[in-house]
Write a protein that binds this ligand. Structure first.
Ligand code: ATP
Ligand code: MG
Length: 341
């Protein structure tokens, strides 16, 4: 039996509920497929600060460095004052330069757009997320948008490599270079240069505001969306709506050394602690993780169980039109994995 050591950050808000649902499903799928997980649990954010006086405790950093794989629930970033984003800090620390977010319909779940199958590849370390802001004089604040050719080239390469490897036909670079001529201009130039090495993938450029409209009009015209950090954040939430909302869409933060798997959604404080959260997004992130650690059989078992629950449509959470809670949904997936059809 193979054992994988995985750093687990349950997170806050709905994080602990969705994480515990996901862990129980992975444990069961692992037991059935000869895979064992050793979870190294760590706090991050406000809760960690209360206990250790650090928002990201040293042990958490060391754990990710050692295990190289983490599964992470959402961690709240306070609006306005407070501490810097834990998510952004972790992505920078481990050079997780690529944020990979597949947006795909689940069987049986009726949405406004069936058969959507998009990939968002979002640059994960630069842009306005560099967090460089200062007050010039009272009443005037400046935020620095940082775009580098190194960062833009490597994210573009990631997107095209993925497209080539998985038979994706089109990459759209999303930008606002008509206004931000230097920064987005540089991003676009890098994307164009990289595209030349991939003649089998067609390359296109769309201005971000137009892309929002085009996406809602006809999401099928897109295949891989290649974006800077902020546009990717916004487009991810928009695209999640095609397939049933934020409760569903998974994500992976990838670098050359480590990987952190986490859902697109945040900590959803409005429904936290109420057994209402949909664990599907984190579960599908865990499926990406299982493929990453080369356990496809376990991944497929989880995905098949999940899809069966959606296909039957009897035990679903409220966000996707059901009446069941987080725990009941997780139990349904466990049951479906035991008795595959
Ligand atoms: P962040 O800034 O961390 O990205 P956000 O402002 O985008 O956070 P979220 O926490 O992602 O906000 O949630 C937005 C809304 O989507 C929540 O209020 C909640 O109703 C819904 N939502 C998010 N995740 C889930 C989930 N897993 N299950 C059900 N509903 C969810
Ligand atoms: Mg968000």
């Amino acid at each position: 039996m193979k054992t994988h050591k995985i750093t687990l950050i349950p997170g806050d808000g709905i994080g602990p509920e969705v994480s515990s649902a996901v862990v129980s499903i992975l444990e069961a799928a692992g037991a059935a497929t000869g895979v064992r997980f050793e979870w190294h649990r760590h706090l991050a954010g406000a809760e960690a600060f209360e206990k250790t006086r650090e928002y990201i405790p040293k042990e958490l950093y060391e754990s990710i460095e050692e295990n190289r794989v983490a599964l992470k629930g959402p961690v709240t970033t306070p609006v306005g004052g407070g501490f810097a984003s834990i998510n952004v800090t972790l992505r920078k620390k481990f050079e997780l330069f690529a944020n990979f977010r597949p947006v795909k319909n689940l069987p049986g779940l009726k949405t406004k757009y069936p058969d959507v199958d998009l990939i968002i590849v979002r640059e994960n370390m630069e842009d306005l997320y560099a967090g460089l802001e200062h007050e010039v004089v009272p009443g005037v604040v400046q935020a620095l948008k940082v775009i580098t050719s190194k960062g833009s080239t490597r994210i573009a390469k990631f997107a095209f490599d993925y497209a080539r490897k998985h038979g994706r036909k089109k990459v759209h670079a999303i930008h606002k270079a008509n206004i931000m001529k230097l920064s987005d201009g540089l991003f676009l130039r890098c994307c164009r240069d990289v595209s030349l090495g991939f003649p089998e993938v067609s390359y296109h450029e769309h201005i971000v505001d137009n892309a929002c409209m085009q996406l809602v009009m006809n999401p099928y015209q897109y295949d891989v969306l290649l974006t800077e950090n902020l546009y990717g954040d916004i487009l991810s939430d928009l695209c999640s709506a095609f397939v049933g909302g934020l409760g569903l869409v998974p994500g992976a933060n990838l670098g050359t050394e480590c990987a952190i798997f986490e859902a697109v959604h945040g900590s959803a404080p409005d429904i936290a602690g109420k057994d209402m959260a949909n664990p599907t997004a984190l579960l599908q992130s865990a499926v990406l993780m299982l493929h990453h650690i080369n356990e496809p059989e376990t991944a497929e078992r989880v995905q098949a169980g999940l899809e069966q629950v959606y296909r039957e449509g009897k035990v679903l959470t409220k966000d996707v039109g059901g009446t069941s809670g987080t725990k009941a949904f997780a139990d349904a997936v466990l049951k479906a994995m035991e008795a595959p059809v």
